[in-house]
Design a protein around this ligand. Structure first.
Ligand code: HEM
Length: 402
């Protein structure tokens, strides 16, 4: 328990952090990586380069500080982050390193304004916040080891199939190199893959949603090739597309994530943009296997038919679900795209279109795609009177407030 005085100091420093939060975490990362370059094997360099991780950490520290006397209110957010930490093998021993460099960064940026009393209060508060993460993550490690018969670290997987799904999306089928079978996972979960790229000093890891229903033989991920290798975002996806082939190996951790399919009955609408379709392929395939009478509305938005993945697979799934509606929206459809029987609109999804095509009585809505897409769709759903409790969303990259 923190002393009331400490709580008061923490709460009074939140406005200062709001002004300097991102600057503090930027300094923090720079100094921490200088002292502990080995951590660059864990962190996503693309997120660092774009400042996304800095924003995510700053937001979370602020949220924690604001709620320091009632930390239980941020547990759902902590759980989502803890899933990611668990999938990246973040351990209790990493927390003091982050704490040390976070405090040093607060001191460096705030200068004299960061009195010893303030620094001590933040040291105490960080200790409490870190313990919440450590406890939740410890439980997750134990649960995943119990579920998988002891698989708790990176494990070697072999590529057993590589399938081009569209001009930009390719699927990789991954099976344990030791021939063991796989644990069940929940539709919507992701895996972390780790690999080394020739010429690079550090390991790369990335999270990819599993894009097929849980099965014992393989994990399938479907990766979009980002446009340029100059962009750190594209480094891993380009390497996977061009250099990773059948029989090559990658390291993988146990599936993680809480953006998962609600198994209860009731209508469900999936709305995806681009490669945001991947977790929904797993969800809809699971519904086809387990709940074929469930009402499903699948809406997918892509630039055009050439970059869109899974058209044939969706048509197969459509045959296994009794009440399945499929709609494609293409930003710039080619003439042949307009002949696709599921093509509904050229341009973008908007509130009006959602009103006509997406609404279902007492339905749940799952949304996944890039940030601007999510913002438009979520606003459109809210404007049509859909309650937030019925809207579930995920985008790729560290969580930011939408
Ligand atoms: C991701 C917060 C401690 C390593 C994240 C994210 C947040 C966060 C908000 C983004 C989650 C998402 O993508 O949805 C925190 C907080 C911490 C903490 C508040 C302390 C209380 C640590 C520690 C390490 C670590 C000790 C390891 C040294 C990472 C990594 C990612 C991550 C590698 C993924 C980042 C990426 O892919 O760019 N953390 N974290 N975190 N965290 Fe932490």
């Amino acid at each position: 328990m923190l002393a009331q005085k400490t709580i008061d100091i923490i709460k009074s420093t939140v406005p200062v952090l709001q002004v300097h939060g991102t600057q503090i975490t930027t300094v923090f990362y720079k100094n921490m990586f200088t002292a502990h370059p080995e951590l660059l094997n864990i962190f996503n360099h693309a997120n660092q380069a774009k400042g996304r991780q800095q924003t995510a950490l700053a937001n979370t520290v602020l949220a924690a500080a604001q709620n320091i006397d009632q930390l239980e209110t941020i547990i759902p957010v902590v759980k989502q982050i803890a899933h990611k930490h668990r999938s990246l093998m973040i351990k209790a021993e990493h927390y003091p390193i982050v704490g040390e460099f976070l405090l040093k960064a607060i001191k460096e940026v705030l200068g004299d304004a960061a009195t010893d009393e303030i620094i001590q209060a933040w040291a105490d508060a960080y200790g409490v916040i870190a313990q919440v993460f450590i406890d939740i993550e410890k439980q997750m490690y134990e649960e995943s080891a119990a579920k998988t018969g002891g698989w708790s670290d990176y494990k070697e997987f072999k590529v057993i199939n590589k399938v081009q799904e569209s001009e930009v999306i390719t699927s990789f089928y991954l099976a344990p190199a030791d021939g063991s079978s796989l644990p069940a996972y929940e539709a919507g979960q992701y895996i972390t893959i780790r690999l080394s790229i020739p010429g690079e000093n550090f390991l790369f890891n990335r999270q990819y949603s599993l894009s097929s229903a849980s099965n014992k033989e393989y994990f399938r991920i479907s990766v979009k090739k980002e446009v340029t290798t100059e962009n750190p975002d594209g480094k891993v996806s380009n390497y996977l597309h061009s250099d990773i082939n059948v029989n090559d190996t990658l390291e993988v951790t146990v599936p993680a994530g809480d953006f998962t399919l609600l198994k209860k009955e009731g209508p469900i609408t999936f709305i995806s943009g681009g490669v945001g379709i991947t977790p929904f392929m797993s969800m809809v395939a699971t519904i086809a296997e387990e709940q074929p009478n469930r009402e499903v509305n699948f809406i997918h938005s892509a630039r055009n038919g050439t970059v869109q993945a899974f058209n044939k697979e969706l048509i197969r799934i459509k045959d296994s679900i009794n009440n399945f509606q499929l709609s494609y929206i293409y930003e710039n459809p080619a003439e042949k795209d307009k002949l696709n029987p599921f093509f509904k609109k050229a341009g973008y999804i908007d509130t009006e279109w959602l009103k006509e095509h997406a609404l279902m009585t007492d339905g749940h809505y799952y949304v996944c795609g890039p940030v601007p897409f999510l913002q438009t769709v979520i606003k459109g759903l809210r404007d049509n009177g859909i309650d937030d409790a019925h809207i579930h969303y995920e985008f790729f990259g560290p969580s930011l407030t939408l």
